[in-house]
Each structure stands twice: as structure tokens, then as C-alpha cells.
Design a protein around this ligand. Structure first.
Ligand SMILES: *[C@@H]1O[C@H](CO)[C@@H](O)[C@H](O)[C@H]1NC(C)=O
Length: 279
């Protein structure tokens, strides 16, 4: 519990102290309204860990998705800086419990999207290359990327998974089991209106929700601190497809405030280019 507490504060920095009223820009780092995920149901879910001298252990910082045996897609804001040393990260794959006794996978390359500045400005995606391809099994399996022309709607079955907070003020307790929640996609234009309203039109001269975002979640259902970088998957013609990467939001699963994700289809050409040019 303490280790997660540390990570949560670490990742969200000063924003926790602000009052929940109005607009708080937050990088989402927990699943609100979820329940325990069965082992093997989300075999692409990984935990991105960083070493904590305080805890003398590799601790959970963010979620991520295995999109290829040797590549993990996460959020750019989960990476300390553009030229982050790959040896400062480890990947845990294949277990619904954080801090099990499984071997952590080493990272050999970190690629932050070149357009990334802040999560709310878009391009909040980063790729991590594993030093060795993961051994695929029933519990470790890459997820299919969204196709370029995929249109997900509120009618599609979509889920968010992660080890993040259970509420704005509540950490995931031991034994730190992966949580899953069924969410509805919110159309971008409606999401924009909801965020404009929530920010009392302070940003009326600019778009808050970009075309490169996808929104999902509702009151009491959605991502929270510690889920950042993790997957939003939807069932498309019978197979799970990676549609979003947990990015940011105002609060966690508050009324009329969906979670905001990086829209994976926007970044598929970039992702494929990186994977091809590195292999
Ligand atoms: C946004 O606020 C306006 C004015 O209060 C309201 O009429 C509208 O229904 C709100 N939009 C949404 C999507 O809740």
C-alpha cells in the first residue's frame, strides 16, 4: 500500500492538493468502479516500473500494453524525459498482482512521441522496446492495434484496466490486483462540451479534446491515478482492439467528466514506423 501511495504522489505531483471543484488538469495515473480482473483476461496489460530508493524496490508507475512481443505502448507522460535512460525502467507482464515474484523485463530503448509536450496537448504516447521479446503464453499476449478507419461508439463494448487508484482519494490496497471496468466511449464533440462546461468555458477559444483523443467513462467508472499509459480496449468484430492509452482527465470518474485517452489509431503509422525502423 505504501509503495503505491508513493508512486501516486510522485506521478501526480502537486495536483492532489488542489480542490476538486472546477478544472484540474491531471495526468491519470486507478480504476474507479471496477473489480478484480481474472488472470489471463487482459494478457497485454503490463506494469511500467521504476526503481525507488526509498522502498528499495521496483515500484509501479504506470500501465502499458504489449503491442508486439518486443514492444510496449504507454503514455509519454509516464517517461521522465525524452532522453530517459532505458535501464531506469522495468516491465512486469503476465500477472494480475503487482509485486509478485516474477522476473521483470528489461527495456533497451525508450521512444517518446516527438510531438509530446504535455498530456493535454496530445501525442501522449511512448514506446518501450524490451531487451528480449516476451515469452508469449496464455497470460502474456500482444493486443491488436486499432485500424486506421475504426469508428468506436458508445454501443461498443470497451474496458479500461489498471492498478491505479480506486477513487480520487483511495489507493488500490494489497494484494494490488489488476482492476477492470466496463466503460462507454463518449463522442468527441460531447466530450468537448462536457469539458468546456466543467472548465466553466475558460478555454472556449481552443479545443480541449483533440481529434487525436478518445473519451470514455462516466460517473463512478473510469481511470484514475496510476492507470496512465494503460489500455482502453474495445471488442471489434469479436476481437479485442487497443483503442486508447490512458492519458488525463479532470478528477477521476466524476459526473459528466469522462477520462481522456490518446486515440491509438492516430498513432498507428508512427508506431509501425518506429517498430520497423528499429528491427
Ligand atoms: C453545458 O452547459 C450548458 C449550460 O449550462 C447546458 O445547457 C448543457 O446541457 C451542458 N452540456 C452538457 C453536455 O452537459
Amino acid at each position: 500500500m505504501l509503495s503505491l501511495l508513493f508512486v501516486t504522489l510522485f506521478l501526480v505531483g502537486c495536483s492532489v492538493a488542489k480542490p476538486p471543484a472546477g478544472a484540474i488538469d491531471k495526468e491519470l495515473v486507478g480504476i474507479v468502479g471496477g473489480h478484480n480482473a481474472p488472470q489471463g483476461k487482459w494478457p497485454w496489460q503490463v506494469s511500467l516500473k521504476v526503481y525507488s530508493y526509498h522502498w528499495a524496490a521496483w515500484v509501479h508507475r504506470c500501465g502499458g500494453s504489449l503491442i508486439h512481443p518486443q514492444w510496449v505502448l504507454t503514455a509519454a507522460h509516464c517517461i521522465h524525459h525524452r532522453n530517459a535512460d532505458p535501464s531506469t525502467y522495468r516491465i512486469q507482464a503476465g500477472d494480475v498482482y503487482l509485486y509478485g515474484d516474477q522476473t521483470l523485463l528489461s527495456v533497451s530503448q525508450v521512444i517518446v512521441h516527438p510531438d509530446f509536450v504535455y498530456a493535454h496537448l496530445g501525442a501522449d504516447v511512448a514506446l518501450l522496446r524490451l531487451a528480449e521479446p516476451a515469452d508469449c503464453s496464455a497470460n502474456v499476449k500482444p493486443v491488436k492495434l486499432s485500424s486506421l478507419n475504426l469508428k468506436v461508439t458508445r454501443k461498443d463494448e470497451c474496458w479500461v484496466t489498471g492498478w491505479g487508484d480506486l477513487s480520487f482519494f483511495g489507493w488500490l490496497p494489497p494484494p494490488f490486483r489488476l482492476q477492470e471496468v466496463n466503460v462507454q466511449v463518449v463522442e468527441n464533440s460531447l466530450c468537448e462540451e462536457l469539458y468546456q462546461n466543467a472548465s466553466r468555458h475558460r478555454y472556449k477559444d481552443r479545443r480541449i479534446i483533440l481529434d487525436s483523443n478518445v473519451c470514455a467513462g462516466s460517473e463512478g467508472r473510469g481511470p484514475c491515478f496510476g492507470d496512465s499509459g494503460g489500455p482502453l480496449v474495445c471488442k471489434v468484430r469479436g476481437s479485442w482492439t487497443l483503442v486508447g492509452v490512458v492519458s488525463w482527465g479532470y478528477g477521476c470518474a466524476w459526473r459528466d467528466i469522462p477520462g481522456v485517452f490518446a486515440r491509438v489509431q492516430t498513432y498507428v503509422p508512427w508506431i509501425q514506423q518506429q517498430i520497423h525502423s528499429s528491427s
